[in-house]
Design a binder for this molecule. Structure first.
Ligand SMILES: [Zn+2]
Length: 371
C-alpha cells in the first residue's frame, strides 16, 4: 500500500444537497472524544474542501497536530514522520552569500512554492514565509523535535531582510502586507529559536506601540481600528520580547510601555451579551476571539474578570456534534475555529485539556519542550 504524506487531501466526492449533514442542537458539555475524532480524521485525510488552502498546508498541520496535543491525544500522531515531513519544507540557501539576496530562508508553506532552481542554478521564488516558519517550528516543538539543532543562522540572518524601516515585517521577500501578524510570527520565531538576531527589537517595539489605538486596543497597523487579532499579536509579541511582564495587572501597570487600563477596558468590552467575544466593537461573537482576546487577558492577568460561565455557554453553542467548533453558533465546524475553540476551553481550564501557553498559542508542554 502506498504511504501518504501526513494531512494528504481527500480527492472529494459530489455532495447530494439533501444528504449534506446539518448541525443540530448544541451539546451541553465539552465533547473531548468527538474533538479527538475530528482532529484525528483531519490528520488522516484532510477533506477536499481545504484544497484551496494547500499553500498554507503547514498552518493546517499546526492546527491539527497542536489540536490533538491540546486534547491530550498526541499518540494519534507519528512524531518522527511528522518531524521529517516538516523539515522537508525548509528553504536552504545554496551558500552564505545568498543570505543577503533579500530572500527569507525559513519554511515553505507547502510543496507548491518549492520551485527547483532554473537551468543556471538560480533559485526562483525559492523562499520561505514567516507564518509557515512559525507553524513549522511550533509543530516541531509539539512533536518533541529539538529545533535548536537545525541551522537557525540562515533563518535569522535572512529574516532581517523582511523587516521594514518602520519596524514591521513582510511575510515573504516578494512583498505583500506588512502588519502586526508578521511582527508576531517574527517574535515567536526568535523566541522559539532563543536568538533575537533576526530582528531590530527596538524598531519592532516602536512599531507595536504605534498600533495601540485611542480606545486601548491595537489595530493591525498604526491608525487602524482596534481588532482582537491585532491586539493579541501586539501583546503576545511584547511579552515574548520581554517588554511586558506576565500578570501585568498585579504589578505596577502604570509604568508599563503600553496603556494597560485602557487595554483592559477594551478587552473586557469585547465580551458580548451572549457570553462570546467579538473581534471589534459592534460585531457578532465568534469562537476564535475567545482565544485572541482571552489570551490577551490571560497575559495581562485580567482573565479572572470575565464571565466564564457565559463564555462557556456561548462556546458550547458553537460545538459540533461531529466534533470541532464553528465560527458562529449552530453552524458546521472548520479546522481554524475548532483549534481556537479548544484553546478557549483550555484557557477556561476545562478538564481533559492540556494547559495553554497563551503567548505562543500552543500547549505549555510543547512551549517548554516537555514531551
Ligand atoms: Zn473567527
Amino acid at each position: 500500500m502506498a504511504t501518504r504524506d501526513p494531512l494528504d487531501f481527500d480527492v472529494g466526492v459530489e455532495e447530494d444537497e439533501d444528504g449534506a449533514p446539518s448541525p443540530s442542537s448544541p451539546l451541553s458539555y465539552f465533547e473531548r472524544d468527538r474533538h479527538v475524532a475530528f482532529f484525528g480524521m483531519l490528520y488522516d485525510l484532510m477533506p477536499y474542501h481545504y484544497q484551496s488552502q494547500e499553500i498554507n498546508r503547514l498552518t493546517l498541520a499546526f492546527f491539527t497536530i497542536s489540536g490533538l496535543h491540546l486534547l491530550k491525544a498526541l499518540d494519534r500522531v507519528d512524531k518522527d514522520r511528522v518531524a521529517s515531513w516538516v523539515l522537508s519544507f525548509r528553504a536552504h540557501p545554496i551558500n552564505q552569500a545568498e543570505l543577503k539576496n533579500g530572500q527569507f530562508y525559513g519554511f515553505h508553506g507547502s510543496r507548491m512554492s518549492q520551485f527547483p532552481p532554473d537551468e543556471n542554478g538560480v533559485s526562483v521564488c525559492n523562499a520561505g514565509h514567516l507564518a509557515s516558519t512559525y507553524c513549522a517550528l511550533a509543530i516541531l516543538k509539539t512533536v518533541g523535535f529539538n529545533i535548536l539543532t537545525i541551522d537557525k543562522e540562515s533563518i535569522l540572518i535572512s529574516m532581517r531582510n523582511l523587516q521594514q524601516p518602520d519596524g514591521s515585517f513582510m511575510p515573504v521577500h516578494l512583498g505583500a502586507e506588512t502588519d502586526l501578524r508578521f511582527v508576531y510570527c517574527a517574535a515567536a520565531i526568535c523566541f522559539m529559536l532563543e536568538d533575537w538576531s533576526g530582528m531590530d527589537r527596538e524598531k519592532t517595539k516602536d512599531y507595536i506601540l504605534n498600533c495601540q489605538s485611542y480606545d486601548g486596543g491595537f489595530g493591525l497597523m498604526p491608525g487602524l481600528e482596534s481588532h482582537g487579532g491585532g491586539t493579541y499579536c501586539a501583546v503576545a509579541s511584547l511579552r515574548l520580547m520581554g517588554y511586558i511582564e506576565d500578570d501585568l495587572l498585579s504589578k505596577n501597570a502604570t509604568s508599563s510601555i503600553i496603556n494597560v487600563p485602557l487595554l483592559l477596558d477594551w478587552c473586557m468590552q469585547r465580551q458580548a451579551i451572549d457570553g462570546g467575544f467579538q473581534g471589534r466593537a459592534n460585531k457578532s461573537s465568534d469562537t476564535c476571539y475567545a482565544f485572541w482576546v482571552g489570551a490577551v487577558l490571560r497575559i495581562l492577568g485580567g482573565y479572572k474578570f470575565i464571565d466564564k460561565i457565559a463564555l462557556r455557554g456561548f462556546l458550547l453553542t458553537c460545538q459540533s456534534e461531529f466534533g470541532g467548533f464553528s465560527k458562529y453558533p449552530r453552524e458546521l465546524p472548520d479546522l481554524y475555529h475548532s483549534y481556537y475553540g479548544c484553546t478557549a476551553f483550555s484557557l477556561l481550564e476545562e478538564p481533559g485539556l492540556n494547559p495553554l501557553c497563551a503567548e505562543l498559542g500552543m500547549t505549555d508542554l510543547a512551549a517548554l519542550g516537555i514531551l
